[in-house]
Design a protein. Sequence first.
Length: 287
Amino acid sequence: ARPQAQATPVSPAMMGRSVLDFGVEANTETDQSPALQHALNEIAASGHPAFLPPGIYVLNRLQIPNGAHLIGSGAKLLFRQGGCEVAGAAAHFSHLAFEGRRKSPLKLAGGSFAALLAADRTNLTLEHCFFQHASGWAVFAENSVLTMNSCLIQNATGGVFMNARGPADGGIISGLRVTQCANAGIEAKGRAIVTGNMIDGCGHGLKLGDPKGTSHILASQNSISNCRVGIACEAEGDYIFATLNMIQGAKDGAIRAIADGKLVGPDLSQRSAESYRNLAIAGNVAL
């Protein structure tokens, strides 16, 4: 059986103000959304990190206030419905687990996003977090700055979606372990660096580029296995450099161009990409 990962504990020196001091309860079936929302609002306004002690916190939906820094230590946010929407200009999450019930996956009301939704110039940082059972994307960031490292995502419709449209937007996605996502493990549009990730059993390992974009995307040193396509690149738009990636067991090709949502042309790990002005493919290994 596949081992179940947990969010990595943190040392007491990193802890801020405990949400338990604001009436939040762990390990109860009662919805903690109102109490936790109040705690996060108060703690963020004070400028301190919000510490979630070990336990399971049953929730419906949260809106993360501006400047919030959530730190867990064996804490799991178990959503019966809904998810987290980042409302302010900045938010930081570390050492937390996000999970949807198997019969009621993580989902924001009125959409199919999951776990974390950030948009409109949010600076979002995620480190050492764990996401599973998401009905949509585990992390969805649009018009934002996304920094994400050392996180685990499994059993979701999609792993990470990032669309950096503005000149000040962009993302660095590194050190992720993404498994069993029906769509892409990581989809990046606009300015992005995607490096050092391990992706297994997804539709597309990486899906890169915006056909109307003019930004640059670097995908390097990723390990991708057992996906339908290892790396799918838009055939025009954003400039994409894919190098030093290891791709194994890609059923429909290790590196493929896409146009209008469909695969076009040969496997670019075996053929030249010179016919695509926006693609540079070099030094990848396909097995």
